[in-house]
Design a protein around this ligand. Structure first.
Ligand code: NI
Length: 182
């Protein structure tokens, strides 16, 4: 069953999440929780979902950032446990981001263009990924959720916060990337 998604105003979205004890990863409860998050993300058509968004304050998120086996298909979902993100260039780029915790809004957010992510996958195996552009943006957005940070906090000005329904009216000002909910 899909999980309930915390909406803007819920205190859990503003907490700093706790690391996942690595020994918990192989446990049934954790694996079932990951499956429930995946289902919730799918049902919401999201490209990412962080545990605090489903009322669980632990350092874990899902993001569709792995290359798909089939050309033209959406990226595959990876599970990021206790992630650490490091920019690998100085370059920043702004793009419009949605969020499943407030789908009514889009926010123009500056992010690092290239990042390295170190994390444990859902089997507990340490992994490193290097991502660029939109995929780098998705993991930075989700990782922010683990620190209680939302897109609205990252807007360069409150003028960069708009109703999703009105995005066409402001598109002329934006730079790259399509919006997506995560
Ligand atoms: Ni979000």
């Amino acid at each position: 069953m899909p999980l309930k998604i915390a909406q803007l105003g819920q205190p859990v979205l503003r907490q700093v999440a706790e690391p996942v004890p690595p020994a918990d990863i192989e446990k049934r409860e954790f694996q079932q929780f990951v499956d429930a998050m995946a289902e919730t993300m799918r049902e919401s058509n999201g490209v990412g979902l962080a545990a605090p968004q489903v009322f669980s304050s632990r350092r874990l998120f899902l993001a569709a950032v792995l290359p798909s086996a089939t050309e033209g298909r959406r990226e595959q979902v990876e599970v990021f446990v206790n992630p650490k993100i490091t920019p690998i260039s100085e370059e920043q780029v702004s793009g419009w981001e949605g969020c499943l915790s407030f789908i009514e809004l889009l926010v123009l957010v500056p992010r690092a263009r290239h990042v390295r992510v170190e994390y444990l996958d859902r089997t507990g195996k340490p992994k490193t990924l290097e991502l660029s552009g939109w995929l780098a943006r998705v993991v930075q957005h989700e990782n922010d959720h683990l620190d209680g940070v939302l897109t609205i906090d990252r807007a360069a000005t409150t003028r960069d916060i708009v109703k999703a329904s009105e995005i066409d009216a402001v598109r002329g000002h934006s730079h790259e990337d399509d919006e997506d909910d995560d």
